[in-house]
Design a protein around this ligand. Structure first.
Ligand code: SF4
Ligand code: SF4
Length: 455
């Protein structure tokens, strides 16, 4: 089966000059040179099913399209830094020569003064020393998918034969280290690891030794199409309560020990929001639509999570990429994120930081019965209210020209004061933390230590 024609009304072609005015000055494309083809068979993968869209295809971006893509993508960006994001499926299945050629083409089409970056998201199981040398020499930033320690990782991340992959991933990470390749870890949060926040965080920090972490909640629709349709979720999906608890727990660890040395994407994004710079992540932005996805044959889609016939904008071989990005359908796609917010979100006091999350996760009715509340709402609300005070303090430090890492000493000082107050209070007194509970039901419940004061 090939991609069926779009079900949305046919778009009105936008002349090139107008397209340049309408398209955002910079946009991001996740490119899938091998489409959905992967050597693994992760149970929760949202992309494997996309293979069905291109039945009979060889799933390999050819050289002519690669050149066309590099040329068009660079030409469409009106900023000094351009990032190519290679994804899959498993993008290393294209082989190193494909990326050698991509780098060569980038150098050819790059405008004077322009800096080109490359990122590649991989399961790391196919990395070799040759890959390590190439990635290092060309400054690729590598994202490695790893869900935690062995038994957690191997719950869902298995190969086509159902075999564990943990050892192969760790070998891949070792290669990256050996060749001094910059990498970050992408950890999906799901039923098998959501209740182990500290174990996961400390494993990544202390055993994997990564300084950059990204946590992606799995909210997976239970249907046969793989499209964002139907309201039932799989049992692998994380709940809002679990997501909130996970983020709050690792934030409490980070804010006491790791600010400035460990970078967690959700915390970085939040600091940017509290500092008044807006969200650097589409999920927490008011509108979206500037992060698209391109299949191996040049089909461009509104978003990596909406690679579906309805959201296919066209093919860059048939219409210039900039025209597709400037298509009114893409603008409407991005604005729908704001326009479809239910009343509970519109009235919410953390809306400035949350903006209702990603539309793909909006499966619930809100408290007024309006559709479109995010499945993760409970978690978002807990997280954003929990970090408000420390975020404000970090922004104050930044504005005063001091390092935000000062928050660690402030938090420890506050811990010590609370500990002292808890020790002086009676077991039936109101807890000094302000929870409204009695000391014995709150911070006096366990032997008072700093850890117990993190709530
Ligand atoms: S639909 Fe979700 S993932 Fe896609 S661009 Fe919008 S916020 Fe981002
Ligand atoms: S926390 Fe919940 S109600 Fe508030 S903006 Fe986010 S999803 Fe909407």
């Amino acid at each position: 089966m090939t991609v069926s024609p779009t079900l949305r009304p046919a778009s009105i072609p936008v002349p090139m000059a107008t397209a340049e005015m309408l398209a955002p000055p910079a946009f991001h494309v996740m490119t899938k040179p091998r489409g959905a083809i992967c050597n693994l068979d992760c149970a929760y993968c949202y992309f494997l099913k996309k293979e069905d869209l291109y039945e009979g295809s060889r799933f390999r971006m050819d050289d002519a399209l690669l050149e066309d893509y590099v040329r068009q993508y660079i030409a469409a960006q009106r900023v000094a830094e351009v990032t190519f994001a290679w994804q899959g499926g498993e993008p290393t299945l294209m082989g190193i020569d494909f990326y050698r050629r991509a780098v060569e083409l980038q150098a050819r089409y790059r405008r004077p003064g322009m800096t080109i970056h490359n990122t590649i998201q991989t399961n790391a199981t196919r990395l070799t020393d040759e890959w390590g040398e190439f990635l290092h020499a060309n400054g690729f930033l590598v994202g490695v998918s790893l869900d935690g320690p062995r038994e957690i990782h191997d719950t869902f991340r298995v190969d086509k034969g159902g075999n564990a992959t943990f050892d192969r991933v760790m070998r891949g990470i070792e290669i990256l280290r050996r060749h001094d390749v910059e990498f970050n870890i992408l950890t999906t949060l799901h039923a098998a690891n959501a209740d182990d926040p500290l174990r996961i965080y400390r494993f990544l920090r202390d055993e994997v030794g990564t300084r950059f972490m990204q946590f992606i909640p799995i909210v997976e629709r239970d249907n046969a199409t793989g499209f964002q349709e139907g309201e039932t979720l799989t049992s692998r999906s994380i709940t809002g309560a679990q997501y909130g608890r996970f983020l709050v727990t690792i934030f409490d660890e980070w804010v006491r020990n790791d600010v400035g040395t460990v970078f967690v994407q959700s915390f970085d994004v939040a600091l940017g929001i509290w500092a008044g710079m807006g969200s650097s992540l589409c999920v927490q932005a008011e509108t979206c639509g500037a992060a698209l996805a391109m299949e191996h044959n040049g089909d461009l889609y509104s978003c990596d999570h909406y690679v579906e016939p309805l959201f296919r904008l066209g093919n860059i071989r048939e219409r210039p990429m900039i025209e597709l990005v400037a298509d009114p359908r893409q603008k409407a796609f991005g604005e729908a994120k704001r326009e479809t917010l239910p009343r509970q979100c519109r009235e919410c006091d953390v809306r400035f930081a949350c903006h209702g999350g990603c539309p793909k996760d909006r499966t619930l009715l809100d408290r007024y019965g309006e559709p479109g509340l995010n499945w993760l709402c409970e978690g978002y609300y807990r997280f954003f209210t929990h970090i408000d005070q420390p975020m404000q303090s970090m922004v104050e430090e930044l504005r005063a020209g001091r390092p935000p890492a000062n928050i660690m000493a402030m938090t420890r000082e506050a811990d010590a004061q609370l500990l002292d107050a808890v020790r002086r209070a009676g077991r039936n007194d109101a807890c000094p933390c302000g929870s409204g509970r009695k000391v014995k039901q709150c911070h006096g419940r366990t032997t008072a230590t700093t850890a117990s004061l993190t709530g």
